[in-house]
Ligand binder design. Structure first.
Ligand code: CAA
Length: 634
C-alpha cells in the first residue's frame, strides 16, 4: 500500500511541529534532567485539541483520523520522547477503551473531559506477575452490593499520578484465566487508591511512571467497562491501537535523531570536507532515511486500517516491532555520527538514545509482537498444559504472614520478639549500624512512614538493639535524603541477603520487595493494614511506628552492650505448608475420571484454568459420557 498524507495531515504536522519546537524544545533538557512532567505543555496540548484528536466532536474530540493521531505522537516524540508517550497513553490507552466499550453515560462522564484535555487518562494492566503474560492479573475486584472492591496493584503505569481517569483490569472470577478478568473506570482520589513513588528511569524521563496501589477501593458497579469477563479482550484490543502510538513515538524519536545527525554531518568538517560527504557517513544517512520511510509506511498502513474499521492487530504489531527496532538502530547511528560530542549530557542525540530503548519493551515487548504476528500467520501456538502450582503472589516468595493483632501494642511486640528468638535470633550480639547492606546479617530499614528526620533516631536505636545495620527505602534516601544513597534497599539499590529484615513504615513497593526477597525473615511494622509489605512478611505488626519502635527497642534491650556478632551464617527459611491450589477436585461417578482444572478439557474446548463450577452445564465426562451433575466432589 502506498501512503500519501493529505494537505490536512501536513498542516496538522506543521502546527504541532511548531508548537513542539517553540514551546517544548526549550524545556526538554531540564525535564529530562529533573525527571519532571511537562504539566503546562500537556495543558496547552489539551487546549489545542490534541488530547482528543481521533474522537468524534460530539465527545469533545477533534474528529480527525488515526493517521493524524500518529502524526501528533510522532511530532511530539521528535522533540521529546517522554511527551510523545504521555499523548499515546492518554489517547490510546486511557481514553480509547471508554470510547469503544463505554456506555453512553460513561462516555459523557469520562470520555468528554479526556478528549477535551481537561483530564488525563491512564491504563493499568501490568503487574509484578503479569507483564508479557497479561492474563496473569492478580488484582481482584469483588462485587459487594453496589460496588466492586478493588485490591492489588499495578506497576510501570504511564501518566501514573498525573492522570485523573484510569482504566484498570482486575480479576472478578478467579481460577478461570483470562475470561475472569474485567475492566473498570477508576477515578483518582477514591479512598484507598494511592501511588508509589516515581521510577527513576533511563529515558522518557519527562513522562511520569509509577505504581498504582488499590486497598479496598470502592468502584461503583456502573464503572464496570463492558461486561464482566470481557476485560482481557478489552485490554488486548486497546493494545492493538496503543501499538500504533508507540510505533509513532519510536518513529518520532528516530526522526529527531536523524535530522540532528544530518545537520551535524553537514557542518562537521574532517579530512577537508563535511563528513556527510564521506561515504561511510552518507551510507549511514541513506540507511537511516530508508528505515524511517519504511517505518512510517507501516505505521500509516496500520492507522489507515484502524480508521476504516478493518482488522489491524497484525499491522499494528508489525509497525510497533519494526519501528522500534529500527529506532534503536537509527539513534545508534545518529550518535555515532556525532562522535564524542553525541556522548555528552545535554545533547539531544544522547537523550534520544536513552529514550528509544523503552519502545522495544513496553506495550508488549518486541518478542510479544512477534508472538502476535506469528499467531496471525500460522495460528495460535498450543498452550502447554502445566500442572497447578502454588498460587503466585508475594514478591518475596512464600512467607508466614503472621500478623500480630491480639493484645496491646506491648503484648504484640513481646510476641514478635518471642517468635524471633524461637526462630533462632540471638539479640545479645550485633553488628555496626553502618555495616554495608550487602554484608549485614540484619537490617532495620526506614520507609516514608517514619515521618520527619528526627525519627531516624528511633530507627538507629532499634538497629542497635536488634544488632542490625540501618537501611531505608528508595524515597527515604533519594528524596528525603535521611540516609546516604548507598543504604537504600531495592531492586535498583542494595540487595539484602542476610537473615532478619525489619521494615519500619515501608509500604512495600515492588522495587523494594525485590531487594529483600532473599531475606530469611521479614518483619513489617506499618500503620496501614493494607500495605503490600504485610503480604510479603513473616511477622507483621499493624501500628504507628512512633509507638511500636520504642517498645520493640526496649524489648530487645538486655541492658548490656551487644557482643560482636559471629560471621554471618545464612539461616534456613521456614516455608508454610498450605500452598496447594485453591480449587476443589471432582471425579466422575461413572468411570472415576478426575477433572483437572489446570489442564481443562482441550478436546472439548475447555481451556486450562477453567474450574469445575465454570464448566458449561452440557459438558460431559470425556471418558465415559456421564453428565456433569454426576461428578462428585472429593
Ligand atoms: N483483541 C481481542 N481479543 C483478543 C486479542 C485481541 N487483539 N488477542 C487475544 N484476544 C482474546 C483471544 O481471542 C482469547 O479469547 P477467548 O478466551 O475467547 O478464546 C483471549 O483473548 C485470550 O487470548 P490468548 O490465549 O491469545 O491470550 P494469552 O494469555 O496467550 O496472551 C498475549 C496473549 C499476546 C501474549 C498477551 O498476553 C499480550 O499481548 N501480552 C503483552 C501485554 C502488553 O502488551 N502489555 C503492555 C502493558 S501497557 C503498556 O506497556 C503501556 C505503556 O507503558 C505506555
Amino acid at each position: 500500500m502506498l501512503f500519501k498524507t493529505t494537505e490536512e495531515h501536513e498542516a496538522l504536522r506543521a502546527r504541532i511541529r511548531e508548537f513542539a519546537e517553540t514551546e517544548l524544545k526549550p524545556q526538554t533538557f531540564l525535564l529530562d534532567k529533573e525527571n519532571a512532567f511537562p504539566t503546562e505543555i500537556v495543558k496547552q496540548l489539551g487546549k489545542m485539541g490534541i488530547l482528543g484528536i481521533p474522537y468524534p466532536k460530539e465527545y469533545g474530540g477533534m474528529g480527525l483520523d488515526i493517521i493524524s493521531y500518529a502524526i501528533a505522537v510522532e511530532e511530539l516524540a521528535r522533540v521529546d520522547g517522554g511527551t510523545g508517550v504521555i499523548l499515546s497513553a492518554h489517547v490510546s490507552l486511557g481514553s480509547w477503551p471508554i470510547f469503544a466499550y463505554g456506555t453512553e453515560e460513561q462516555k459523557q462522564k469520562y470520555l468528554i473531559p479526556l478528549a477535551k484535555g481537561e483530564k488525563l487518562g491512564a491504563f493499568g494492566l501490568t503487574e509484578p506477575n503479569a507483564g508479557s503474560d497479561a492474563g496473569g492479573t492478580e488484582t481482584t475486584a469483588v462485587l459487594e452490593g453496589d460496588h466492586y472492591i478493588l485490591n492489588g496493584g499495578k506497576i510501570f503505569i504511564t501518566n501514573a499520578d498525573k492522570a485523573e481517569t484510569y482504566v484498570i483490569f482486575a480479576v472478578t472470577t478467579p481460577d478461570i484465566g483470562t475470561r475472569g478478568i474485567s475492566a473498570f473506570i477508576v477515578e483518582k482520589g477514591w479512598e484507598g487508591f494511592t501511588f508509589g513513588d516515581h521510577y527513576d528511569k533511563m529515558g522518557i524521563r519527562s513522562s511520569s511512571t509509577a505504581e498504582l496501589i488499590f486497598n479496598d477501593v470502592k468502584v461503583p458497579k456502573e464503572n464496570l467497562l463492558g461486561q464482566e469477563g470481557q476485560g482481557f479482550k478489552i485490554a488486548m484490543s486497546t493494545l492493538d491501537g496503543g501499538r500504533i502510538g508507540i510505533a509513532s513515538q519510536a518513529l518520532g524519536i528516530a526522526q529527531g535523531a536523524y535530522e540532528n545527525a544530518l545537520e551535524y554531518s553537514k557542518e562537521r568538517i574532517q579530512f577537508g570536507k563535511p563528513i556527510c560527504q564521506q561515504q561511510s557517513i552518507s551510507f549511514k544517512l541513506a540507511d537511516m532515511a530508508t528505515k524511517l520511510r519504511t517505518s512510517r509506511l507501516l505505521i500509516y498502513s496500520a492507522a489507515d486500517l484502524k480508521e476504516h474499521h478493518e482488522p489491524y492487530g497484525l499491522e499494528s504489531a508489525m509497525a510497533k516491532q519494526y519501528a522500534s527496532d529500527r529506532c534503536l538502530e537509527i539513534v545508534n547511528d545518529a550518535l555515532q555520527i556525532f562522535g564524542g560530542n553525541g556522548y555528552l549530557k545535554g545533547m539531544e542525540v544522547e537523550r534520544a538514545y536513552r529514550d528509544a530503548k523503552i519502545c522495544t519493551i513496553y506495550e508488549g515487548t518486541n518478542e510479544i509482537q512477534r508472538v502476535v504476528i506469528a499467531s496471525h500467520i500460522i495460528g495460535k501456538m498450543p498452550k502447554e498444559e502445566t500442572a497447578p502450582g502454588p498460587k503466585k503472589g508475594a514478591l518475596t516468595g512464600v512467607r508466614k504472614k503472621l500478623i500480630l493483632k491480639e493484645g496491646t501494642a506491648k503484648e504484640r511486640v513481646d510476641a514478635l520478639v518471642e517468635s524471633l528468638k524461637a526462630d533462632g535470633y540471638d539479640f545479645t550480639v550485633g553488628i555496626d549500624i553502618d555495616t554495608p547492606i550487602s554484608k549485614a546479617e540484619r537490617v532495620v530499614s526506614a520507609g516514608k512512614g517514619i515521618g520527619s528526620k528526627e525519627n531516624m533516631e528511633l530507627i538507629k536505636a532499634l538497629a542497635v538493639q536488634a544488632g542490625a545495620a540501618v537501611g531505608s527505602s528508595r524515597p527515604v534516601a533519594e528524596t528525603l535524603k535521611y540516609v546516604p544513597l548507598n543504604r537504600y534497599v531495592g531492586m535498583s539499590g542494595q540487595k539484602f541477603n542476610g537473615n532478619l529484615y525489619i521494615a519500619c513504615g515501608i509500604s512495600g513497593a515492588g522495587q523494594h520487595l525485590k531487594g529483600i526477597k532473599d531475606a530469611t525473615t521479614i518483619v513489617a511494622i506499618n500503620n496501614n493494614a493494607n500495605a503490600p509489605i504485610f503480604k510479603n512478611c513473616d511477622y507483621g505488626i499493624v501500628g504507628d511506628v512512633l509507638e511500636i519502635l520504642p517498645l520493640l527497642t526496649a524489648a530487645l534491650d538486655n541492658g548490656e552492650p551487644k557482643k560482636p556478632a559471629p560471621p554471618m551464617k545464612k539461616m534456613k527459611r521456614s516455608i508454610p505448608k498450605n500452598t496447594a491450589p485453591a480449587w476443589k477436585t471432582y471425579v466422575c461417578s461413572g468411570c472415576g475420571y478426575e477433572y483437572n482444572p489446570a489442564v481443562g478439557d482441550p478436546e472439548n474446548d475447555i481451556r486450562p484454568g477453567t474450574t469445575f463450577d465454570a464448566l458449561p452445564e452440557e459438558w460431559i465426562c470425556p471418558d465415559c459420557g456421564e453428565a456433569k451433575d454426576s461428578f462428585i466432589e472429593v
